[in-house]
Each structure stands twice: as C-alpha cells, then as structure tokens.
Design a protein around this ligand. Sequence first.
Ligand SMILES: CC(C)(COP(=O)(O)OP(=O)(O)OC[C@H]1O[C@@H](n2cnc3c(N)ncnc32)[C@H](O)[C@@H]1OP(=O)(O)O)[C@@H](O)C(=O)NCCC(=O)NCCS
Length: 167
Amino acid sequence: MLTIRRMREEDLDEVMEMEGVAFSSPWTRGMYLHEIEKRDSCYLVARRDGTLAGYGGTLLILDEAHVMTLAVREDLRRRGLGARLLLELLDYSRDMGARFLTLEVRGSNREAIELYKRFGFQIMGERRNYYVDNMENALIMWTEDVTAPEYRLLLDEMRGRYGHACS
Ligand SMILES: CC(C)(COP(=O)(O)OP(=O)(O)OC[C@H]1O[C@@H](n2cnc3c(N)ncnc32)[C@H](O)[C@@H]1OP(=O)(O)O)[C@@H](O)C(=O)NCCC(=O)NCCS
C-alpha cells in the first residue's frame, strides 16, 4: 500500500540514503531539517508498505512554488510515482497560494525534464555552469498559472493517468 504524507524528522535517515543514490550533489540531513521546518515549505514522502519509496518538496515564495527536490527509489522508477508525488505537491502548493511552479533541472536529466514537461512545465531560461560538481547548466522551467481552468484540465488528465500509481 502506498501512502503520501508530510516529511517528518523521523523520515530523514531513509531520505539521506536515497538522496545519496539519486543526486550527485546530495543535500545534508541538516538542510532537510531546516527546509521541512519552514512555514512556506511542503515536503512529502511516499511510503510503500512502510518503506520510503520517494519524496519531494516545494518552497513557496510569494505566489511561486519552487520545486526544491523530487526523487523516486531506483527500483520503483517509471511506474508513475514521480508523477503522483508531483500531483500531490501541486495540490498542496496551490492550497498554500501558489499560482506558478518553477524549478531548475540539469540539462542532461532527460527523465526529469520529460516528467516536468508532461505537467506543462516549459523551459524558459538557462543558468550557465549552475551545478558546481560538473559545471553543468541548469534549465529553468515554469508552469502556466496553475489556478487557471486550462491547467486544471491538464491536472485532471494527469490525475486520471497517475493518481493511483503504485498503490
Ligand atoms: C525524475 C524521477 C523523479 C522520475 O520518477 P519516476 O517515478 O520514474 O517517474 P514516473 O514514472 O512518474 O514518470 C512520469 C512521466 O515522466 C516521464 N519519464 C519518467 N522517466 C522517464 C524516462 N526514463 N525516460 C523518458 N521519460 C520519462 C514520462 O513521460 C513518464 O510518463 P510515462 O511513464 O507514462 O511515459 C526519477 O527518475 C528520479 O528519482 N531521478 C533521480 C532524481 C532526480 O533527478 N530528480 C529530479 C530533480 S530536478
């Protein structure tokens, strides 16, 4: 059974394990602790039969929700779980007042870019040499207004496709 809920301090040991596998510049436990305590942040974990399957987080700045992280356990990828987490993050962020979502992603991260495009994110800019580990460029992606009726239609479609993924 899959459950998605807010990240808590007790999740962080498992988050740290997955973080080291999923990212070449992993965040530290302290960084996560700091992030999840912020009033305008929303960090979620997905647990499958009790064990960590994925996580993601946003930080709201004015009416923009910045997608800070998103990761799915390697052996559970490509089953719709990343999309399901993103759906939940979108719902939470909209409830908190977000009208737009934005993020930075490595130019080489094809899986993530495809996932975000599916949710209507478009590449609107680039930050050169943004990632210090390999001086890779970051693509800056933005959604349209997520409160607009057109975007709600897209979300309904995504919910139909991924809303029950990995249950
Ligand atoms: C990016 C990531 C979170 C995607 O998670 P996931 O659970 O495998 O993704 P999903 O199964 O929900 O995929 C949803 C859609 O995204 C796209 N997608 C995902 N993985 C893809 C891949 N390997 N190739 C092409 N498209 C892909 C597809 O459109 C897919 O829909 P479909 O399977 O119906 O065709 C996962 O690959 C990951 O944890 N990567 C390492 C961490 C990372 O880079 N995070 C992003 C930081 S910005």
